[in-house]
Design a protein around this ligand. Structure first.
Ligand SMILES: NC(=O)C1=CN([C@@H]2O[C@H](COP(=O)(O)OP(=O)(O)OC[C@H]3O[C@@H](n4cnc5c(N)ncnc54)[C@H](OP(=O)(O)O)[C@@H]3O)[C@@H](O)[C@H]2O)C=CC1
Ligand SMILES: O=C(O)CCC(=O)C(=O)O
Ligand SMILES: [Mg+2]
Length: 418
């Protein structure tokens, strides 16, 4: 099929989804990628090179990825025209080719376009944002025992205040919404109705259940001891409190969890290992201090969209920062991998930042495709590169005896250690 600006590689095939939702991955898959704005120009080419090297080394030419560039963000406006930030064919290809990877995309603060990252997640219904927090030996951390932080975040990715339903202060729509709330709903708590902007926070039973189900299943499949529902349900009773209640209810209904000492905590036996999995909850503010003081008590985290955003960066800092924080956005079939960090605009085009987050996102992608040998090699070479102390600025500034290397230099150090 011919696209307007996407060049389909002459070799390679699509990854497809089987009836049981498993992937059918050919030896030469075509994988779409978005370069990304800002430091995307630095980290994405390094990620492609490191992944190609790991695949070549692991499978000796039997497997190979054929990369296909698709466009979003500033590059899309250059290729497609000034106002085209997220071309339809980008969405179509990401859906059709099932597995893809992206660099970060800029979202202006205040006015301007709404987040393209959020738009991609919404349009493709990538409802799980999966962000593992893993410590690599030798990485500088502000904690005394960073290895105790070992968590996996399941962040709800399709609803919450993050959905972007909000109305500007003094606009006609804000005035209408405020009038409706005051006159029809009897709301008396909008402190300054004439000058308030209004935001809407949708949180649903379906949205919560599908996210919590994935988190519980992940705990089963990966032999994890607990799943913690993180929320601010004491204050936002029906949205965040609903998330907590529906999460517990799902654990009981679908996983046979039983209350511990009258609840609300509950537990069930892992059907694969026979071990106990505890389902508990934590109020978000207390949780943010607990992860610093008692990180070993937390394992799988299930949370709402905005909490998950904050928690991701906070936890990443505990194990060395967002230079090394990978992630995936997933539906039941389609997955788009991306780093936790943003475009870091002050470093754009300087071949300076850590490509580690995007490389580790690609490692998650390889594992998702079943290319475990190549994924293991990426991890192994990352560990060895860090131990060699040839690292980018973010680690070098905190590590004794380190040699600072560039973004592409770090990719080369990884390849040298494969
Ligand atoms: N998924 C996405 O595409 C995301 C996009 N964004 C967007 O990115 C833009 C910039 O956001 P901002 O809040 O500055 O957050 P960023 O994550 O882009 O950067 C914040 C800081 O994190 C550190 N950092 C970021 N990337 C790296 C890296 N690769 N290696 C080492 N350190 C890194 C830098 O710290 P230091 O200054 O200490 O060197 C940087 O100043 C915004 O438009 C935002 O909306 C944000 C998050 C996710
Ligand atoms: O979409 C954006 O610009 C920011 C998103 C973000 O910070 C995240 O998803 O972690
Ligand atoms: Mg974020």
């Amino acid at each position: 099929m011919a696209y307007q600006h996407i060049q389909v590689p002459t070799q390679g095939q699509k990854i497809t989804v089987n009836a049981d939702m498993s992937l059918n991955v050919p030896d030469q898959p075509i994988i779409p990628y978005i370069e990304g704005d800002g430091t995307g120009v630095d980290i994405t080419p390094v990620m492609l090179k490191v992944v190609d090297a790991a695949v070549a080394k692991s499978y000796g030419g039997q497997k190979k990825i054929h990369w296909m560039e698709i466009f979003a963000g500033e590059k899309a406006t250059k290729v497609y025209g000034p106002d085209v930030w997220l071309p339809d064919e980008t969405l179509k290809v990401a859906r059709e080719y099932v597995v893809s990877i992206k660099g970060p995309l800029t979202t202006p603060v205040g006015g301007g376009i709404r987040s393209l990252n959020v738009a991609l997640r919404q349009e493709l219904d990538l409802y799980v944002c999966l962000r593992p927090i893993q410590y690599f030996a030798g990485v500088p951390s502000p904690l005394k025992e960073p290895q105790k932080t070992n968590m996996v975040i399941f962040r709800e990715n399709s609803e919450d205040i993050y959905a972007g339903i909000e109305y500007e202060a003094k606009s006609e729509k804000a005035r209408k919404a405020i009038d409706f709330l005051i006159k029809e709903m009897g709301v008396s708590k909008i402190r300054f109705p004439q000058t308030s902007a209004i935001g809407i926070k949708p949180v649903s039973i379906e949205g919560t259940e599908r996210l919590v189900r994935k988190a519980l299943q992940y705990a089963i499949d990966n032999d994890k001891p607990s799943v913690t529902l993180v929320h601010k349900g004491n204050i936002m009773k029906f949205t965040e409190g609903g998330f907590r209640d529906w999460g517990y209810a799902l654990a009981k209904k679908e996983f046979g969890a039983q209350e511990i000492d009258g609840g609300p905590w509950c537990r069930f036996r892992n059907p694969k290992t026979g071990k106990e999995i505890v389902v508990k909850d934590s109020i978000a503010d207390a949780f943010l201090q607990q992860i610093l003081l008692r990180p070993a008590e937390y394992s799988v985290i299930a949370t709402l969209n905005l909490n998950g955003d904050y928690i991701s960066d906070a936890l990443a800092a505990q194990v060395g920062g967002i230079g090394i924080a990978p992630g995936a956005n997933m539906s039941d079939t389609v997955a788009m991998f991306e780093a936790t960090h943003g475009t870091a605009p002050k470093y754009a085009g300087k071949d300076y930042v850590n490509p580690g987050s995007e490389i580790l996102s690609a490692e998650m992608m390889l594992r998702h495709m079943g290319w475990t040998k190549a994924a293991d090699l990426v991890i192994h070479s990352m560990e060895r590169a860090i131990q060699s102390k040839k690292v980018t600025y973010d680690f070098a500034r905190l590590m004794e005896g380190a040699t600072q290397v560039s973004c592409s230099g770090f990719g080369q150090v990884m390849i040298d250690h494969m």
